[in-house]
Design a protein around this ligand. Structure first.
Ligand SMILES: [Zn+2]
Length: 258
């Protein structure tokens, strides 16, 4: 975690996210990542008069021709040029479970229909085609054809406004590091990702921990707010991320899910 005492709104979103099914038949949502190469930072804007409303427009300085990458594994099912209107040149990826992503106003394509893509795969380049007035990437996530609020690493994007998003897409996976902050008392280590698992020890306040993977479990309110994320710090050893400073809100970009 990064920020202490998240707003009540953010905490409520997290809790809601844990109990509301993602879609029909409880299909698991793909873990979408920022649609640009690893470690790049882009300004993403949402606005209520956007069409569709939940789309994000991404920009950075001198972005014309910059690579756009698949935000999750899937199969390319549209590589379409609408000419001077609407999306212009766009790619759609089918991620299964009813989930699709759209990448519009591209300058050019780097994939074809039917192609399987993974994280970090370059699918095209930022352009200003279609009904665009300047270079940017128009990006959407849809479920069963309806646009949904964009999530990266399971965290909802900023609605409404402009925020900088740093990509963890296609980065080689690795371990993370965190510092336990409990304001004094030792933090209980559990055998699994939840308070219902047995205690298998403690880590001291101020201790540095190595995080091999992260997963969702019991929602905990701690030093850094309310979170359902648990950090695996060893074999059969989990601690609540709400008490761990990792430098990131939500999941750490390069650390895998357990
Ligand atoms: Zn747009």
């Amino acid at each position: 975690m990064r920020q202490r005492w998240w707003s009540l709104t953010a905490a409520a979103l997290l809790v809601a996210g844990a109990v509301v099914p993602a879609g029909p038949a409880w299909a698991a949502a793909p873990t979408f990542k920022v649609p640009f190469p690893c470690n790049q930072s882009w300004s993403g804007q949402t606005r209520s008069d956007h069409s569709p409303a939940n789309a994000i427009d991404f920009n950075r300085t001198d972005d014309l021709g910059d690579p756009v990458v698949a935000s999750a594994p899937g199969t390319v099912d549209r590589v379409t040029d609408l000419g001077g209107t609407s999306y212009g040149k766009y790619v759609r990826i089918d991620h299964g479970g009813g989930y699709t992503t759209y990448y519009a106003h591209l300058n050019g394509f780097n994939v074809s229909v039917g192609q399987q893509v993974g994280y970090g795969k370059v699918i095209g380049w930022v352009g200003s085609t279609g009904g665009s007035t300047g270079p940017h990437l128009h990006y959407e996530q849809r479920l069963d054809g309806a646009d949904i609020k964009v999530k990266f690493n399971g965290t909802v994007a900023l609605y409404w406004g402009t925020k900088t998003y740093t990509s963890g897409n296609g980065c080689s996976s690795g371990t993370g590091s965190g510092t336990v902050d409990t304001a004094g008392s030792p933090l209980t280590v559990r055998s699994g990702p939840g308070t219902g698992y047995s205690s298998v020890g403690t880590v001291a306040d101020g201790a540095t921990v190595t995080i091999g993977c992260q997963t969702s479990g019991t929602t905990v309110t701690g030093t850094f707010g309310t979170s359902s994320i648990w950090d695996r710090i060893g074999s059969g050893r989990f601690i609540a991320d709400a008490y761990v400073y990792t430098g990131h809100d939500g999941y750490i970009p390069n650390v895998p899910r357990c």
